[in-house]
Design a protein around this ligand. Structure first.
Ligand SMILES: *Cc1c(COP(=O)(O)O)cnc(C)c1O
Length: 363
């Protein structure tokens, strides 16, 4: 990948010079199952409600900096008080703000790779040191005892539940133990929690753990990745710290309007989410039946699959079938692994059919 010019590097802060420009790999394909978006169109009534809200939003005024109406809706949805909610320009902004506010030089954030790569990136931007506790190389299960032990001496912990890209859920009981072990804040990244079912969320623990931070997004189950809206749930004083350091207008008027409409219509979105869960189980069975494939169980809207020659398979899927999936072959522990988002039934059939052809040819 292209590096920054020497001149640009000299102009930058020393700790930022080694950063490689992001390669978005934005190939346009017929079917895109690479970014864990919700690929279903919004139900017509929900789409109409969003369109109406956007049309009624004037652009000449600055947004409500505290997103009062949206926070009320999120609080009601999540079962917390409005003072326990902060919104951001996607979950990514809140992850960055988490490390900006509570990490930084001389502090350590503990993560459990393989996990979301943005954690290490934002740690680098904010000069936060990264510590890692591993997972079982075969099942990807968290090493619970090491996690608790390391949490005792880390300033921050991030646990992803369900984890991206391995799909496994962290038990709320474990989260409670991590929160008790860590003297700083523990973030549970619940970007995919709506696909994991009732009782999967650690949010009820907020009632008695004041160092727990829950991160969520509208990019996955809510089908609004393009709107860039995420939120955190935490104790009111932690939310005040998030609010104090945020860019006050980062959640624009159109995003606030669309997000409010989506939260109001969430009952109509629920069948889309349960349909994706049904498809996930069907796709898992079909992928597992491919020759020499290993598929891990997933509580999210994607599946991790290990296949012979995965990188070649991924390139041929893109070039010969116009289907995009994500290749994790270069990640330690994920050799020959592809991550495939669960799409519509038609999209899932197409990717299975293409893989069946490619793998029988390769064999
Ligand atoms: C998608 C995702 C997010 C947040 O994404 P945004 O689009 O920035 O809201 C956060 N964490 C994980 C693990 C994700 O996969």
């Amino acid at each position: 990948m292209a590096e920054l010019s020497e001149r640009a590097q000299r102009l930058m802060q020393p700790h930022l010079r080694a950063i490689e420009p992001y390669d978005p790999n934005f190939t346009h394909t017929r079917i895109n199952l690479s970014a864990n978006e919700n690929t279903h169109p919004l139900p017509p009534r929900v789409q109409a409600a969003v369109d109406e809200a956007l049309a009624a939003t004037p652009l000449n005024r600055y947004p409500d900096p505290m997103s009062g109406e949206l926070r009320n809706l999120i609080a009601a949805y999540a079962g917390v008080a409005r003072e326990q909610v902060c919104v951001g320009n996607g979950g990514d902004e809140l992850l960055y703000n988490f490390l900006l506010a509570f990490g930084g030089r001389g502090r350590q954030v503990l993560i459990c790779p393989p996990c979301f790569t943005e954690y290490a990136f934002f740690a680098q931007l904010t000069e936060t040191n990264v510590r890692a506790v591993g997972r079982d190389p075969r099942t990807f299960e968290l090493d619970e005892e090491s996690l608790i032990t390391c949490a005792r001496t880390s300033d921050l912990v991030i646990v992803t539940s369900p984890n991206n890209p391995t799909g496994d859920l962290a038990d709320p009981g474990l989260i409670q133990r991590v929160c008790r072990a860590c003297r700083g804040l523990v973030m549970v990244d619940e970007a995919y929690i709506e696909f994991a079912g009732k009782d999967a969320s650690a949010a009820p623990l907020l009632d008695h753990l004041d160092n727990l931070v829950i991160l969520r997004t509208l990019s996955k189950a809510f089908g609004a990745a393009g709107a860039r809206c995420g939120y955190v749930l935490a104790a009111p004083d932690v939310i005040e710290a998030f609010s104090a350091i945020r860019q006050i207008y980062s959640v624009n008027v159109l995003t606030q309007a669309a997000a409010c409409a989506l939260f109001r219509a969430r009952a109509e979105l629920a069948p889309v989410v349960s349909g994706i869960v049904v498809e996930r189980e069907r796709l898992q069975r079909r992928l597992a039946a491919l020759p020499n494939a290993v598929v891990w169980p997933s509580r999210a809207n994607f599946l991790l699959v290990r296949l012979p020659n995965a990188s070649t398979v991924r390139t041929r899927l893109r070039d010969e079938y116009s289907i995009l999936v994500r290749d994790f072959s270069a990640t330690t522990g994920l050799e020959n692994c592809l991550r495939i988002s669960v799409g519509t039934p038609e999209e899932n059939d197409a990717v299975v059919a293409a893989l069946t052809e490619l793998l029988s040819k390769e064999a």
